[in-house]
Design a protein around this ligand. Structure first.
Ligand SMILES: [Zn+2]
Length: 514
């Protein structure tokens, strides 16, 4: 009873963050890393919502061993069938079905009476139980539901075979003390609650998702739904690494354990960040660049004398290697491979070769290659599919008296696209040339440059966000040349748009979330 199950929904709720869509290969890569991190459950997606989602769930169910693989389904047979199909090859499949139980959702969204909702919930859980042994039920908008009704629904779905009852704070409205009382009332009001595991799913709209999750554990919850870097709908979900480290550092307050190998936290956070193109804020707890940096002289002095004066946990405990082994162009394939393995990357021979070639290009331009450079190299140059657009070449003429002019050549499989354009500055000219080459009308919403590692020869990483067809897509690119990084970031965002297009071509009407 002192074990808290970590249910990771980075690939489902996390992927619902605007601009965070991932390719099937990227999802698999993250799922494999989540397995290494030691999560108990991976929610792989919402299979009925698109063929792309179905494919992603199937691939993860087939290839990832260890964690339970969950798939989301509304309380309708079509969804449950799709979830069951996606999990056919899973070692430990779980169907996660949900139905709203709050007055506002029942009345306006579902247009159903409470009795109809109760009946539908029971029928769906029973239906799902005929497909897989493990069924999780979420009363959507749980925290705004009426407790007596919620208890009735929970009692009946447990009778129907649900083994996990997940109470979501779908709209991120509740507060820690209130949530704890709410959950205690549910435990008390549900006679068969001991036959199921109580779970929570908190959103961070008011910045208390992790605090709510911790309060829930103290109130009796034994599964917590989280995402890496706290990504998710709107302001995101409870953050995995913050929750796990809070539980671990303040184990005196919450004497519970998880199966997480905290030394994999740093890698996992970096992998998710570079995959979806969301930078980690410098001051982010646990995994931000500054999370263990001591600036003030008094603090530095204290830490040098005794670390615990200003550090409540060590960087090593979350997998941040303070040795920061530096590689150079003479490091060789062997050293490169070893360092990547230490950082948690397992690459195929072919991927390793591609990454190594890229490493040599970087090592040629800058003398020292840091771990953060390696994360960028690996994540930017792997997982490309055949229809991905690649930047083959660009040339730029610029200066303070000439009109900046750019020429670009892009390739997609066998196809080539080449164009030239002018712009207000060199970056603008490159972006215009790419638009023209691809026949695209994209609007640039955001453009950020940052250095990945210290020094004048640092790799620059560029993040852009584009609006294409009224939707936002983010992209990232890295190079020791910021113009090249800019072009790569732009192309990366365009590739995300293409992935999204492919994914949504036959998307169903579903917009529901938990
Ligand atoms: Zn959610």
């Amino acid at each position: 009873m002192d074990r808290v199950v970590i249910f990771d929904t980075t690939l489902r709720d996390g992927e619902q963050s605007p601009g965070a869509s991932m390719s099937v290969e990227q999802k698999l890569e993250i799922a494999v890393q989540l397995g290494r991190l030691g999560v108990d459950v991976i929610e792989a997606g919402f299979p009925v919502s698109s063929p792309h989602q179905l494919e992603g769930c199937k691939l993860i169910a087939k290839q990832v061993r260890g964690p339970t693989i969950a798939a989301l389904a509304r309380a309708v047979e079509k969804d449950i069938d799709s979830a069951a199909e996606s999990l056919r090859d899973a070692e430990r499949p779980r169907i996660h079905t949900f139905l709203a139980t709050s007055p506002i959702h029942m009345q306006y969204k579902l247009r159903k009476s409470p009795e109809e909702v109760l009946e539908l919930a029971v029928r769906s859980v029973r239906y799902a139980r005929n497909k897989v042994a493990e069924v999780e039920f979420s009363p959507e908008d749980g925290t705004r539901s009426e407790i007596p009704f919620l208890c009735r629904v929970i009692e009946k779905v447990i009778d129907a075979g649900a083994r996990i009852i997940n109470v979501p704070d779908t709209v991120g409205y509740t507060m820690p003390t209130e949530f704890a009382e709410f959950l205690r009332a549910i435990i008390e009001g549900t006679p068969n609650m001991d036959k199921a595991v109580l779970s929570v799913h908190c959103h961070n709209d008011l910045g208390v998702a992790v605090a709510n999750s911790l309060a829930a554990v103290r109130a009796g919850a034994r599964q917590v739904e989280v995402t890496v870097n706290g990504i998710g709908e709107r302001a995101g979900n409870a953050c995995l690494e913050e929750f796990v480290m809070a539980l671990s550092v303040r184990n005196d307050l919450h004497p519970y354990s998880t199966g997480i190998n905290t030394k994999q936290i740093w890698n996992t956070s970096r992998l998710v960040s570079t995959t979806i193109g969301f930078p980690i804020p410098r001051n982010k707890p646990i995994t931000g660049e500054n999370a263990f940096a001591h600036e003030s002289g008094i603090h530095q002095d204290g830490v040098l004398k005794k670390r615990e004066t200003y550090e409540i946990m060590t960087p090593e405990s979350v997998g941040r290697d303070s040795s920061q082994l530096v590689l150079g162009r003479h490091s060789g394939l062997h050293g490169f491979r070893n360092r990547l393995a230490e950082l948690g990357f397992e690459l195929s021979e072919e991927e390793l070769k591609t990454a190594y070639d890229q490493f040599l290009v970087v090592a040629d331009r800058k003398k020292e290659v840091y771990d953060d450079d390696l994360y960028v190299i690996v994540s930017h140059h792997l997982g490309r599919s055949a229809d991905t657009i690649n930047l083959e070449y660009f040339n730029i003429i610029s200066g303070n008296v000439s009109v900046p002019t750019a020429t670009v050549r892009l390739t997609m499989g066998e196809e080539r696209f080449e164009e030239a354009a002018t712009g207000d500055g060199p970056v603008d000219a490159i972006f215009n040339a790419i638009d023209r080459a691809l026949g695209l009308t994209a609007q640039l919403l955001e453009y950020v440059v940052q250095a990945v590692t210290p020094g004048r020869q640092a790799m620059g990483e560029v993040s852009v966000s584009l609006s294409i067809d009224g939707r936002k897509f983010v992209g990232r690119g890295a190079s020791t040349d910021i113009l090249e990084a800019s072009a790569r970031a732009y192309v990366n965002a365009v590739n995300r748009w293409k992935t999204f297009q492919a994914a949504t071509r036959t998307e169903t009407e579903s917009d529901d979330t938990v």
